[in-house]
Design a protein around this ligand. Structure first.
Ligand SMILES: [Zn+2]
Length: 251
């Protein structure tokens, strides 16, 4: 899935990227975190508002980031390179100290995109809808790991660059939880639920529908949404949301 570039090409891309970044900074007219999606103010049809039970759900806002294969890590950072841990995340994942620049097909770039470890079996870049506008690409909204036919992108590191034919997505809003919380909330893996901000001010009173439940022993209870969604609802990391509905599935 990758194309290794020659040193000359890498130099050319890096130079173009540097120029593009300088140009973008000069204009800087695309708000970095502008709300993107029109969001309903009530649970959508099929989301009966349930009597609230079960725990409140802590929020983790996901900034744009990249998951990389070891092969790509070594192309970007040098042979034998190992990612270094900045802080631990759930399920054995961690934020690293390493960052890359991502470049869309129109050669518009975003720099300082953090890598999450450990290395994966396929490289994947998760961006917001606003980032997609900035890059001039059409990334689909997908579950993490479901990258087939997703958007193409180049990744530039200090020692090289890789071109992904597919792998750039906008992550679908989801809630991680261990089985005991799933039981307390009355949901199962793959269910779609509606949630609403509970803690602090709820000035925008947005309800997120179609929030996907992901259950695994290694997970801790946490809602993951991107910066566009968080800004639209004025939700911050550490806030809590409440489950307000569950989609009925008719077979
Ligand atoms: Zn997540």
């Amino acid at each position: 899935m990758k194309t290794t570039l020659s040193n000359h090409e890498i130099e050319k891309i890096t130079k173009m990227v540097a120029e593009i970044i300088a140009k973008n900074e000069a204009h800087a007219n695309v708000p970095a975190n502008a709300p993107a999606n029109a969001l309903a103010n009530a649970p959508a049809a099929g989301f009966p508002v349930a009597a609230a039970s079960g725990p409140l759900i802590p929020v983790g806002v996901s900034a744009r980031h990249a998951h990389l294969t070891q092969e790509h890590i070594e192309i970007l950072f040098g042979e034998g390179y190992q990612l270094t841990k900045k802080n631990a995340l759930m399920g054995g994942q961690f934020a690293t100290n390493e960052m890359v620049t991502i470049v869309g097909l129109k050669l518009r770039a975003i720099e300082n995109v953090r890598i999450l470890g450990p290395a994966r079996s396929a490289s994947q870049v998760e961006i917001s809808a606003t980032d997609a506008v900035k890059l001039g690409i059409h990334a689909p909204v997908r579950e993490s790991g479901n990258i087939k036919g997703s958007e193409a992108l180049s990744i530039v590191g200090p020692k090289g660059a890789v071109y992904l034919k597919e792998g750039c997505i906008i992550a679908k809003i989801h809630i991680h939880m261990p089985p005991k919380d799933a039981m307390a909330l009355g949901v199962s893996d793959g269910d779609l639920v509606a949630v609403k901000k509970h803690s602090g001010d709820n000035e925008r009173a947005l309800i997120f529908n179609d929030v996907q439940i992901r259950v695994a022993e290694s997970f801790t209870l946490e809602l993951h949404l991107d910066t566009d969604e968080a800004n639209a609802a004025q939700i911050f990391t550490g806030d809590k949301v409440k489950l307000v509905g569950k989609k009925e599935v008719r077979c």
